[in-house]
Design a protein around this ligand. Structure first.
Ligand code: SF4
Length: 342
């Protein structure tokens, strides 16, 4: 049995974890440990699904509290995504290679952030699409534009917008798809002219960060370096000194000269742990109001204890099992991502 702990878990959980990382690092840890009979996944539901997809068929993945979901992942259901796809293919043309006049490119490539259900990863796998993480989103979009005229990006509008802007794509060709409106609230012309269609999802933790918080941090600590996660709104990413994945933030902290001040826009448990690891730096969260991920927080130590006691008693509680067909299609999208590199 191995305990996998996400970076955003509280210290009382992380201290018991055999591996600590982001969602993809933990899924890879599950893949790389075929000797483990089970994995207790201290994270949220979509992460446990990915670990189940990448681990062996005999291994079980357990989520200590089934109520630990991700509000962003829940913002795109498979029914909504399939309805969106039907409308897009009606307007833009069906899948498959288009005529030479279209450059031989598919009308639209579906891309989903790792923070989505297995059903949506599988949808992307079935429809020529791919998965991305916050570390490799640009590489994945470049891959998508090699075979498609445009991308529809699920479910985090901010990661999609920030990545596309960094590639020089302008906001006027990034319509927002609101799942409850016909054509997502767009005109046929907007969809035809689009390069990246953004799903109307967001992370409830990272959308709290503001430009005003950055201005205050700079006023209070002149010379502070401001780094934020790309799930933050575009104005925040643009006002920061740097933006990147959790791994990027960790490396920035590692590389900081003693005495430096770092103002960070990401989840509070991670920020506090980084400060503990580098007491020679001043590190603080941009948001003065404590902002843990409330769904991650549902992995209370008591649930972990209950899970371990159940395993000792020979029971496998709260097992996360992805349907075999969904897992196969998800693996296609995940493997495309791994082949696309960084
Ligand atoms: S931090 Fe945001 S994206 Fe991550 S699990 Fe929590 S709600 Fe989901």
């Amino acid at each position: 049995m191995r305990i996998l702990g996400h970076f955003y878990q509280r210290d009382e959980i992380v201290k018991y974890a055999d591996f600590v990382g982001d969602s993809f690092m933990l899924a890879q840890a599950a893949k790389q440990h075929p000797e483990a009979v089970s994995f207790v996944f201290c994270g949220v539901h979509f992460m446990a699904e990915t670990a189940d997809i990448l681990s062996g068929p005999e291994q079980s993945v357990i989520l200590p509290n089934l109520a630990a979901g991700c509000s962003m992942a829940d913002m795109a259901t498979i029914e909504q995504v399939e309805a969106c796809w039907r409308e897009l293919t009606d307007v833009l043309g069906t899948g498959g290679r288009m005529a030479a006049s279209d450059g031989g490119l598919q009308p639209v490539i579906p891309v989903t952030y790792m923070n989505s259900s297995a059903a949506i990863k599988a949808f992307c796998g079935r429809n020529g699409g791919i998965v991305c993480t916050s570390s490799n989103a640009q590489t994945v979009l470049e891959w998508a534009f090699e075979s498609g005229q445009r991308v529809v990006f699920f479910p985090d509008q901010h990661l999609g917008r920030n990545t596309a802007k960094a590639m020089g794509i302008t906001e006027d060709v990034m319509p927002l798809w609101r799942p409850h409106l016909p054509l997502g609230g767009n005109t046929v012309e907007q969809l035809h002219d689009s390069k990246v269609i953004l799903w109307n999802g967001f992370c409830s933790v990272h959308k709290r960060f503001t430009v005003a918080q950055i201005e205050k941090a700079r006023a209070d600590f002149p010379g502070a370096r401001v780094i934020v996660h790309p799930e933050c709104p575009a104005a925040v990413v643009e006002a920061a000194d740097g933006a990147g994945s959790t791994e990027y933030i960790r490396k920035e902290v590692e590389a900081a000269a003693p005495g430096s001040v770092l103002a960070i826009g990401t989840e509070i448990n991670l920020v506090n742990r980084l400060q503990q690891q580098r007491p020679d730096l001043t590190i603080f969260c941009l948001d003065p109001v404590v902002c843990p991920c409330s769904t991650m927080y549902r992995i209370h130590p008591a649930y972990l204890a209950w899970t371990l006691e159940s395993l000792l008693a020979g029971q496998v509680p709260n097992q996360i099992t992805v349907d075999a067909g969904v897992a196969d299609d998800s693996r296609i999208a995940l493997e495309r991502m791994l082949a696309a590199k960084p």
